[in-house]
Design a protein around this ligand. Structure first.
Ligand code: ADP
Ligand code: MG
Length: 477
């Protein structure tokens, strides 16, 4: 090739690198070679068909512009896929020869640094990369406890897992976000288990890391096409911990995959620790695409949900350790004090199990207090005083504290009074008679009635349940 051409090519490369940045340049252009220049056409080659189509659809104009900046004679770019056959037969005229599937699979490419790295379709590293991340057999819908904070996410997950191949996709992507330990991975793996068991659509679960690793390594081993084919062959793509997706080219590929799947009517499910709007490193188009489906947040596990999760866990543990038992008061104690997340709940129970196995002693409240002390965070829940409850409740419902203690029975006082007594019972260690005394000298059966009344209402009345959560939070802060 004439030296002048090589010189121009090297300048074009520098220009291109300066324009797109090192990251993108090395992802897409590092293996682009100049084949020749004839009649105003620059012939460039890349090693895979995937690279060719990617560059053509994203960077064709830019590459041409870079050439035209160097040489006014250049009118167009021809991008070809170079094959092993072409390379070894130097004498042959250079024409576009698209490699066959067998070429891509076996890839006896003797070119440059890839010499000797031959891969077959059955290569385990490729299969691993495509095969999804390992699943935990315990994380199923059966073991997922539904409560107020995760009802919607659970319903959506169920819908995705049970949808028929021919059903229209209801929301795409399904985007679930929540803090650490609130059940995202559990729900995503449940979708994967149930979906694959139903057999309607193949579900692939990938952590963001696996997605990055799979893609990057596939590109390196020139099986990007196989990787993409495999992705396209699946019905539901599940990606966990999207916030860990890093690197411009990975994100570009993610965006590409997302669009391809959604446009083809495949379901995408994503979990992240934050909403799409707060994924700073992703560009606006990806963010709006992510926000364009159903975005569901899972809130903190409420005390009731924590209790139910613990109970379910104990039941599950008893399958292997029949002698293991955790009395109700201990469960209540843990549910009340270990508030942080699902992982700490699991940790607390594991300790009780270990302790009772090792010592042979039954689980008691005292033992539990000792064992889970360091899981109680941020600090011990604040000691709530009955006066505080009365003050906060009176303010919330716009009545006076003396109204709460009075014998007035109008509705606008009765309900707040019942709420206050209920809170006194649930947030303090005071006995029913004691609470009765502090509420204007009432009988303990009156307090009991109030507590039961509110407990009953909270199950059905979301607004009231919400109000009570807010009151509790105010009191415990
Ligand atoms: P995340 O992925 O959101 O950080 P995980 O799904 O790993 O959280 O959950 C942490 C732990 O809490 C797991 O052991 C999980 O089984 C448990 N967990 C969380 N939410 C629930 C729930 N609703 N029902 C049962 N277990 C739960
Ligand atoms: Mg997780």
């Amino acid at each position: 090739m004439p030296n002048a051409n090589m010189e121009s090519w090297s300048k074009v490369q520098q220009r291109l690198r300066a324009e797109v940045g090192d990251d993108i340049y090395s992802s897409w252009f590092a293996r682009m070679d100049l084949e020749g220049i004839e009649d105003g056409a620059v012939r460039l080659s890349v090693p895979t068909r995937f690279l060719k189509s990617w560059i053509q659809s994203h960077y064709a104009e830019r590459v041409l512009a870079c050439w035209q900046a160097e040489s006014v004679d250049v009118g167009r770019i021809e991008l070809t896929v170079r094959s092993a056959i072409l390379r070894s037969a130097i004498a042959k005229p250079k024409a576009e020869v698209a490699p066959t599937a067998a070429d891509l699979g076996r890839n006896g490419n003797g070119h440059g640094s890839h010499a000797g790295r031959s891969l077959s379709v059955g290569d385990p590293s490729v299969h691993d990369a495509l095969g999804g991340s390992p699943l935990d057999a315990r994380l199923t819908f059966e073991s997922f406890v539904v409560g107020r904070s995760n009802t919607l996410a659970h319903a959506a997950a169920k819908q995705v897992a049970s949808a028929k191949r021919t059903d229209p996709v209801m929301f795409n992507p399904l985007y679930i976000h929540a803090g650490v330990g609130l059940g995202k991975t559990h729900l995503l793996q449940a979708i994967t288990w149930a979906g694959n068991a139903a057999g309607e659509r193949k579900v692939l679960y990938l952590t963001a890391e696996k997605f990055m690793y799979g893609f990057v390594s596939a590109l390196r081993t020139q099986t990007a096409l196989a990787f993409k084919d495999a992705l396209r062959g699946i019905g539901v793509l599940v990606i966990d911990d999207l916030q860990f997706l890093q690197g411009k080219s990975t994100q570009a590929e993610f965006c590409h995959t997302l669009n391809a799947l959604i446009d083809a009517g495949r379901q995408v499910v994503i979990a992240s620790d934050r909403p799409p709007s707060e994924l700073e490193s992703l560009d606006d188009r990806v963010r709006s695409r992510l926000a364009g489906g159903l975005v569901v947040e899972m809130g903190q596990l409420g005390e009731e949900l924590r209790f139910d999760i613990l109970k379910a866990r104990v039941m599950a543990a008893r399958a292997h350790h029949p002698s293991f038992d955790v009395p109700g008061p201990v469960l209540s104690y843990i549910a009340k004090t270990v508030t942080h997340n699902g992982r700490d709940l699991e940790g607390a129970l594991n300790r009780l199990l270990a302790h009772s196995k090792l010592t042979g002693h039954a689980v008691t409240l005292e033992m539990a207090e000792r064992e889970v002390r360091d899981l109680i965070r941020p600090q011990e829940p604040k000691r709530v005083k009955i006066e505080d409850i009365q003050r906060v409740v009176a303010r919330q419902y716009n009545v006076s504290r003396s109204d709460l203690l009075s014998s007035r029975r109008t509705a606008n006082v009765v309900r707040p009074r019942q709420v206050a007594m209920y809170l006194a019972k649930t947030l303090t260690l005071r006995s029913l008679p004691e609470i009765g005394r502090r509420f204007g000298g009432r009988d303990h059966t009156t307090v009991l009635h109030a507590v039961r009344k509110i407990e009953g209402l909270v199950g059905n009345d979301m607004a009231l349940a919400e109000e009570i959560e807010i009151l509790k939070r105010q009191l415990q802060e």
